[in-house]
Write a protein that binds this ligand. Structure first.
Ligand code: SRM
Ligand code: SF4
Length: 581
């Protein structure tokens, strides 16, 4: 198997130099954490990502502070890496407590089954990350150029298969976690690195000194429940099940959403099937793909540094050939398998072992108390009362697991009495929608997302109801920029921040996530988004074939016929930032 490559590439991005000089992610972090300022340097900003935290600015405060001549209000986002989104009630309660003491009193469930804190001040960063570790969770590798949170199918059905998939996710996460001792030194035991310690070349046997060219994401699914959006993963494993057992996995490589408006060299891409492996080889395969990416990913241009661009440039046959050299043996072709969309299981369901789970719909993943709506308190109450095990879903929701049959009534009463609507009181379009955080925390946001989507969904719900389409599975995903954190390019309707209050509208994907959508129109003001979609929904209702979904219909119609339905001003040729296939 190929060994860690330390050869400098001729043309490397600045981040590559920062990583190489960082002594395995130590850099100057300890000194800067203690320098009495509210922020860190550019180099530490890059290195801190690997430790699971991003320096951000409170963008709501920006105008006010600019006017008063104040410097920007620096805050930190802290992300927990939780394979398969699996945690205990005690861990959740400890995180909730940290959110109260050190963050903005909210918890944010992510699209990769993680949990984020927002608004942490630099002076509280150490206590926050240490506190997370005391609960036996980690932030190491939640961000940065390494394997990110490993996702797997979330519903806690006790069928023997899901347990196996979770165990595989845990094993990959453990194997590909950074091995540097820097994390412990900085956040846990305070023992500082000394010059004589610098014989640590063995510290990262898989990654080497410069880690990966860019982030790397892995997901595992059962074929009848594609809840992790397997086609969006850098590396996806689809279980091949025979006689109730997982025999092996089809390996898919090259999914990714990020693109930059106006830069045709960047594009969303769906993962391609490469090969089949026996179940016992899953960790070995994950390591082989990571090493291939380590050595062949682009280290000069970070915008082109994802494994999807390796696949797009090489094609599948060459990729498979090179992968064989890393894996160490010939690879079988993928096995035939039919992948089904995510199964909707909101509310109360049997697990198959006499216990039940309750899937709570969390709007855009934000757990908060705000006015009459007190989801955070309700969840804390339920955690203390039932101590359920938990699963965070890839759709930013929370599942309370292992509940006794008699718990249902009390759960529903508690949610209701805290102003939280039960999943069956929400429309399908709301249950299925997702938005990324965007403004005020995300430094890359061009437009609002998490705060804008609820209003858009309200309008859309009313129109769908008027048209009798309220039972359609229409997936709406919104992001504040084209990076695609809510995976908007696979959904029936994608709303992507373009310029302030204006958005690019995409249509034509679907819940299964196996098809990219395309640009319908560009620069649509937020107030015009739903009115723009209404003529399409009306035509869909009239012209659809039996069983045809909205995204399927849009794809059959094609962009030109759809644009002919729009008001003239919007039917202009779109901006060239369309999703590539
Ligand atoms: Fe993301 C960057 C939030 C899932 C593609 N993402 C960011 C940052 C860290 C902004 C930054 O770099 O300064 C955002 C922090 C905002 C904030 O204030 O919290 C951010 N991404 C998120 C989360 C929280 C969105 C959410 O609604 O839950 C998700 C955290 C997942 C986790 O727990 O690890 C999140 N991001 C995704 C996904 C979806 C996925 O992985 O399934 C994608 C698309 C898949 C992909 O990677 O291609 C995604 N995020 C990006 C990109 C584009 C990368 C690219 O290839 O170009 C960026 C920008 C970057 O890396 O430079 C980005
Ligand atoms: Fe930020 Fe863009 Fe990701 Fe939204 S999609 S969280 S705006 S990087």
């Amino acid at each position: 198997m190929a060994e860690a490559s330390e050869n400098p590439t001729p043309n490397r991005s600045g981040v590559e130099i920062v990583k190489e000089n960082s002594r395995y992610l130590r850099g100057n972090i300890i000194a800067e954490l203690n320098d009495g300022t509210d922020h860190v340097s550019k180099d530490s900003y890059q290195l801190l990502k690997f430790h699971g935290t991003y320096q951000q600015e409170d963008r709501d405060a920006r105008k006010r502070r600019d006017k008063s001549g104040l410097a920007k209000h620096t805050i930190f986002m802290v992300r927990c890496k939780i394979p398969g989104g699996k945690l205990t009630a005690d861990q959740y309660l400890a995180l909730d407590d940290l959110a109260e003491r050190h963050a903005n009193k909210t918890l944010r469930l992510t699209t990769r089954q993680g949990i984020q804190f927002h608004g942490v001040l630099k002076k509280d960063l150490h206590a926050t990350i240490r506190g997370i570790n005391e609960t036996m969770l980690t932030t190491l590798g939640a961000c940065g150029d390494v394997e990110r949170n490993v996702m797997c199918t979330a519903a806690p059905i006790r069928d023997g298969l899901r347990e196996q998939v979770q165990a595989a996710a845990d094993a990959i996460a453990a194997h590909l976690a950074p091995r540097t001792r820097a994390y412990h030194e900085i956040w846990l035991n305070g023992k500082q690195w000394r010059l004589e310690d610098d014989k640590t070349d063995d510290e990262e046997p898989i990654y080497g000194k410069t880690y990966l060219p860019r982030k790397f994401k892995t997901g595992i699914v059962l074929p009848d429940d594609n809840d992790v959006d397997i086609y969006a993963q850098d590396l996806g494993f689809v279980a091949i099940v025979e006689s109730g057992k997982i025999l092996g996995y089809n390996v898919l490589v090259g999914g990714g959403m990020g693109m930059t408006h106006g830069n045709p060299n960047t594009f969303p891409f769906l993962a391609r099937p490469i090969c089949y492996i026996p179940a016992g080889d899953i960790v070995r395969m994950a390591e082989a793909v990571v090493k291939l990416f380590r050595d062949h990913g682009n280290r000069a241009d970070r915008k082109r540094a994802r494994i999807k661009y390796v696949i797009a440039e090489w094609g599948v046959p060459r990729f498979k050939e090179v992968l064989e050299t890393y894996f160490g043996s010939e690879l079988e072709d993928p096995r035939p398998v039919e992948i089904q969309p995510m199964r909707l299981r909101f509310g109360w369901h049997p697990q198959g072992d006499g216990r039940f789970f309750y899937w709570v719909s969390v709007e855009n993943g934000r757990i908060k108390d705000e006015g009459e709506f007190r989801l955070r308190t309700a969840l804390r109450t339920l955690m203390q009362r039932f101590r359920p095990n938990l699963r965070i879903t890839p759709t930013q929701d929370l599942i309370l697991c292992d509940l006794p049959p008699e718990a249902r009534n009390e759960i529903e009463t508690t949610l209701r009495s805290h102003g939280v609507r039960l999943p069956n009181e929400l429309t399908l379009v709301q249950q299925l929608s997702m938005a990324c955080p965007a403004i005020p925390t995300c430094g890359l946001a061009i437009s609002e997302s998490e705060r804008a989507l609820p209003g858009i969904i309200d309008q859309l719900e009313a129109e769908l109801h008027r048209l009798g389409l309220e039972n359609e599975q229409i997936v709406v995903r919104m992001t504040g920029c084209p990076n695609g954190c809510a995976r908007p390019y696979q959904s029936d309707i994608g709303i992507v921040g373009r310029s302030g209050d204006k958005y690019t509208l995409f249509v034509g994907g679907r819940l299964l996530g196996d098809r990219l959508n395309f640009v319908l129109c560009d620069l649509v003001p937020s107030a015009r988004i739903v009115p723009t979609l209404v003529p399409l929904l009306e035509a869909f209702r009239e012209q659809r074939r039996p069983g045809e979904g909205f995204g399927d219909w849009c794809t059959r119609m094609g962009p030109d016929r759809l644009r002919a339905l729009l008001p003239e001003a919007l039917a202009l040729p779109p901006h060239p930032a369309g999703a590539a296939s």
